[in-house]
Design a binder for this molecule. Sequence first.
Ligand code: HEM
Ligand SMILES: *[C@@H]1O[C@H](CO)[C@@H](O)[C@H](O)[C@H]1NC(C)=O
Ligand SMILES: *[C@@H]1O[C@H](CO)[C@@H](O)[C@H](O)[C@H]1NC(C)=O
Length: 397
Amino acid sequence: MGKIFTFLFLTLLSNLIISSAQDCSTYSFTNNAIYATCVTLPVQNSHLHWNYHSANGTADIAYRHTGVSTSQWVAWALNVGGSGMVGAQALVALPNSNGSVQAYTSDVTSYSTSLQQSPLSFQVPAIRAERVNGDVVIYATLVLPSGRTSFNQVWQSGPVSNGAPGAHNLGSENRNSVGTVDFVTGQAGAGGGVGGSLLHRRNTHGVLNAVSWGILMPMGAMFARYLKVFKVAHPAWFYIHIACQVTAYGVGVAGWATGLKLGSDSKTLKYTTHRNIGITLFALGTLQVFALLLRPKPDNKYRKYWNIYHAGVGYTVIALAITNVYKGLDILDPEKKWKHAYTGVLISLAAIAVILEAFTWFIVLKRKKEDKQQGPVGTGAYGSNGYGNGHGHSQAA
Ligand code: HEM
Ligand SMILES: *[C@@H]1O[C@H](CO)[C@@H](O)[C@H](O)[C@H]1NC(C)=O
Ligand SMILES: *[C@@H]1O[C@H](CO)[C@@H](O)[C@H](O)[C@H]1NC(C)=O
C-alpha cells in the first residue's frame, strides 16, 4: 500500500515539475529568427521574444500566443502612459476567412473599443503575423518612445464575429494579462494586476497547501486507519502515521504562512471564506499535534474519549482541507488540469480507502469469529479500526 501512495505522490510531483520546466527559449521560429531574450507570460499561454537594439532604441519582438483557434483574435500591447487595457498601444492579429492572419496596430482608447486600425503613439516600422501549429505569432519592430526601455504590457485574446474582433471574456486569465516588461534587463514582472511574481507566490501557496493539508494529511489518516489491522504493521503504522502528519503539518504551516502574507499584502479583504477556513485549519491542526502530548496512557479510562476526539478533529481537518483546496483552486483559477489532477488524487485515495475499509471489516469480523471459537476472552488487539479502543496505540505508546 505504501507503494501505491508513493506512486501517487511521485506522479503528482513529476507533473508539477514537468509543467513548470517548459521553456520559451527552445522555440524555433519559421523564419529562423533568433531572439536574445524571451519571457513566458504568467497567463494565457503566451510568450514574448525580443531583440533590443540600444543604438537606435528599437526592439524587434515576436509575441507568440499558443493554442489559438481559427476564430480568435490575439493582441499584445505596451501601455506607455498608464496600465491595463485602456491606453494600450496594441498589435492585433485577426484571422482572415482564407485561414491566414492579418496584423495591424490599434490605439485602445476605451473599454468599448472594437480594435479599429489606427496608428500608435510610437512608430511601428514593420508588423506581420502568422499562424503555425495552432500558435499565432505577431512579429513587429517597435521604435520605443522617448528613450524608455521599461513599460507596462497587456495581452489578450478574444472571439471574432463577422470578421471583426469581439469583446474578450472577463475571466481571471483575461483580467490578469497585465504586467511589466523591461527590454534591457529582460525582466517581466507584476503590473497592476496579478503579474509574474505575485502569481508565482500564489502558486507556491497553492502547491504547499494542496500537497500538505490536501493530500498528505488524508494519506496519514489512512495509514492509521488501515495499516493498524495488519499484525506485521505493529508498531510501524504508528510511526508512519506520526511521520506523515508531522511532515504534512510542517509543510502546511509554511503554506499557511505564505497565505497570511498574501492576505496582508492585498489591499482589499477578499476571499474571506478561504481565509477563515485556512485559519480554522491551522488552529485545529496545531491542536492535533499538541494533543499528542496530552494523550492518556492506553489503559487510562479516558483514552477512549481521547481517541474519539483525535479521530473527530482529524476527519474535520481533512474535510476542511479538501474544501479549502477547491476554494483556493477557484480563486487561482489555473488551467483545468490542476483541478482534475487534484480530483484524480482524491478519487484514487477514496477508492483505496473503500477497498481497505472492506478488507478491514473482513479481517475484524474473521478475528471476532476466531476469538469466539477460542473462548470467551478475546485477543482482538489488532482488530481496531481506527476509532476504537486504542489497542493499536498501546503497541507504540
Ligand atoms: C474587442 C475589443 C475589446 C473589448 C470590447 C474589451 C473590453 C474589455 C472590458 C469591458 C474590460 C473590463 C473592464 C472592467 O473591469 O470593467 C476589459 C478588461 C481588460 N482588457 Fe479588454 N477589451 C478589448 C480588447 C482588449 C485588448 C486588445 C487587450 C490587450 C492587448 C485587452 C486587455 C484587457 C485587460 C488586460 C483587461 C483587464 C485589466 C483592465 O481592466 O485594464 N482588451 N476589456
Ligand atoms: C536599429 O539597429 C539595428 C542594429 O543596430 C538594425 O538592424 C536596425 O535595422 C535598426 N532599426 C531601425 C528602425 O533603424
Ligand atoms: C487572404 O485574404 C487577405 C484579405 O482578406 C489577402 O490580403 C491575403 O493575400 C489572402 N491570403 C492568401 C494566402 O490567399
